[in-house]
Design a protein. Structure first.
Length: 320
């Protein structure tokens, strides 16, 4: 990868990407004010859902040190983007680092610990009450539950920062409070209360769906690593991940996360270089007999739903 130049920083790419994102974000708020108290604002809620996710992708890349060589510059970029969307950069990336160290590990991957879902039969059997009932039919609830993902990210960010689990917590407190105050002030000053509540529900719900649909295809339904697993680094990263095909549109929509295998093997590799690394990684895996999994976007969601439905089958059958 180093010989191919794929670990070199792509500062010009990120400069253009960040500038376009910020210009579109600012333009969106200008249109928001211009439209005033109108139900057309619900269409703009969809636009902001897209922009929030695109800004989150930049924060993700900054956390992985893909943009600058300097940790301070990457962290500053991540903090600013986290502040723009109201998420704790420190909390999220700490969690994300643990995921990268132990992808799809039943005990150590925080992305495997979602109260409303069960990814193994053991997790399903451990659930009680309403959560157990949801787990029975979780394939049907999966996409509706993503409507709450944006709210979940905010609640977790606030809990982390106020429980002093995040680094730079004073700054992050200020950023979270500033975002919430500015967001609510803009919405309730420009819109009537009913329209404002509808806008918030549409924006936060669609943002949650977009975020969930960007991250879910990558690992869900892939092999699970249990306690005592002895896979080496390459196999641990490759066998638990799935790539998503689809060309430039999927690259843009999923923020480069569709090259999940390459990203897990080389997390500091700049996003636009991942597609060039794919051929090298696939050939490497083929020569060594390591399964390299990729499929289309819609098929990836099908695999996720099939897995969730299969995990819930023993609960639907009434077995313990």
């Amino acid at each position: 990868m180093r010989q191919a130049g794929l670990l070199r920083r792509r500062r010009a790419y990120y400069a253009v990407k960040i500038a376009i994102n910020l210009l579109l974000f600012a333009a969106g708020w200008a249109v928001f004010v211009t439209l005033g108290d109108s139900w057309w604002q619900l269409a703009l809620a969809g636009f902001f859902a897209v922009m929030y996710t695109q800004l989150a992708f930049i924060g993700h890349d900054a956390g992985h040190r893909q943009i600058f060589r300097s940790r301070r510059a990457n962290d500053a970029t991540g903090l600013v983007h986290g502040g723009l969307i109201g998420i704790s950069y420190g909390w999220w990336f700490g969690k994300h680092n643990r995921h990268h160290a132990n992808p799809n590990h039943e005990d150590h991957d925080p992305d495997f610990d979602i109260p409303a879902l069960a990814f193994t039969e053991g997790q399903g059997r451990a659930k009680r009450g309403m959560l157990r009932w949801i787990a029975k039919y979780q394939a049907f609830f999966f996409f509706p539950l993503l409507l709450l993902e944006g709210l979940s990210l905010r609640v977790s960010s606030i809990q982390s920062v106020w429980r002093q689990q995040a680094s730079l917590r004073t700054l992050e407190k200020a950023l979270l409070i500033g975002h919430l105050a500015a967001y609510l002030a803009a919405v309730f000053v420009v819109l009537s209360p009913v329209t404002a509540l509808a806008f918030i529900a549409a924006h936060q719900g669609l943002w949650g769906v977009y975020m969930g649909c960007s991250f879910a295809p990558n690992h869900k339904g892939m092999p699970v690593a249990a306690a005592g697993n002895t896979m080496d680094f390459v196999r641990r990263q490759v066998l638990t991940a799935r790539n998503v095909r689809g060309g430039w549109l999927v690259d843009f929509t999923l923020g480069g996360l569709n090259y999940q295998i390459e990203h897990h093997l080389f997390p500091t590799m700049p996003r636009p270089n991942l597609r060039h690394a794919q051929a090298i990684v696939e050939e490497f895996c083929t020569r060594r007999g390591i399964d390299y999994v990729q499929c289309g976007l819609w098929r990836s969601y099908g695999y996720v739903l099939q897995h969730l439905h299969a995990v819930g089958a023993p609960l639907r059958a009434g077995t313990r």
